[in-house]
Every structure is written in structure tokens, then in C-alpha cells.
Design a protein around this ligand. Structure first.
Ligand code: 5GP
Length: 134
């Protein structure tokens, strides 16, 4: 699956392109969560958030922000989820960085992530662990 999106960008594998610019390519997901589900990818291959150069990440974010209201309007959606899966543990299947734009509808039944509150003192310990690496 490593080269799949490179072939889509190059046009050797067909896709329903919705937008293209110098640094990014956006196309419909072949197996949409809802019609209009769009993937935005950097043209230059990165695996995911951990190796994408900042400039490509910013280009992807710019394209996502530009497309979001048009996708919402075109699909008459009530909302959108913007999601990036990273690494197999994060449900990443295609190892070329990509951001999902997923139209959402009132009552569409998609479940939000489950959460659980922190235990006493846990949030401070967790935040400190992250801060200590920055
Ligand atoms: P991931 O789980 O890696 O974040 O998502 C990969 C996405 O790529 C999936 O939603 C899947 O439906 C989509 N996908 C996989 N193969 C193809 C393909 O050949 N064409 C298109 N347009 N989308 C694909």
C-alpha cells in the first residue's frame, strides 16, 4: 500500500480528483464513510505525521481548510470530521500521509470516541511527561 497514493497522484491509478495544487492532491475516498469523504495528501511522499515536513503539513492544512466549506455545502452536510490516522495502531492502512474530510449528518449514527476522566493527579503527570520532551 506504500505506493498507492503516489500512483493516484501520478494518474496511473484513476481517482475522482476534487482539487490539485503545487503541493497537494485531494480526491474522493474509494470507500467513503459518507458521500463526499475526501482525502488530502501531500504530493511529496511522507509516511505520516511523524515524518512530514512542516511545509507539506501546512500545505495539506491549507487545502483542507479551503475545501471544508465547499464539501459541506456540496453534500448539504451538517458538519465535518477532519481526521488523520497515524501508524497501524492509529488505524493507518495506507502509508502515505493523508487527512480525511468526512461529511457528517445529524443522526448519522457514527459514534464518537469514548473517553474516561483522568484519575486524581494523572493529568498533571501526563502533561509533565509531554512537556519534558519538548
Ligand atoms: P487510512 O486508514 O490509512 O487512514 O485510510 C486509507 C483510506 O484510503 C481508506 O479510507 C480507503 O478507503 C482509502 N483508499 C484505499 N485504497 C484506495 C484507492 O485505491 N482509491 C481511493 N480513492 N481511496 C482508497
Amino acid at each position: 500500500m506504500d505506493e498507492l497514493f503516489e500512483k493516484i497522484i501520478a494518474g496511473t491509478i484513476p481517482s475522482e480528483k476534487v482539487h490539485e495544487d503545487e503541493h497537494t492532491y485531494a480526491f474522493l475516498d474509494i470507500n467513503p464513510t459518507a458521500p463526499g469523504h475526501t482525502l488530502v495528501v501531500p504530493k511529496q511522499k511522507s509516511t505520516n505525521i511523524f515524518d512530514i515536513p512542516e511545509s507539506d503539513w501546512l500545505a495539506v492544512m491549507k487545502t483542507v481548510r479551503m475545501l471544508a466549506p465547499y464539501i459541506k455545502e456540496a453534500m448539504r452536510a451538517d458538519g465535518l470530521n477532519i481526521v488523520m490516522n497515524n501508524e497501524p495502531a492509529g488505524h493507518q492502512v495506507v502509508m502515505h500521509a493523508h487527512v480525511h474530510i468526512i461529511p457528517r449528518f445529524e443522526g448519522d449514527g457514527l459514534k464518537p470516541w469514548r473517553g474516561r476522566p483522568y484519575e486524581e493527579g494523572e493529568a498533571q503527570r501526563v502533561a509533565e511527561k509531554i512537556r519534558s520532551l519538548l
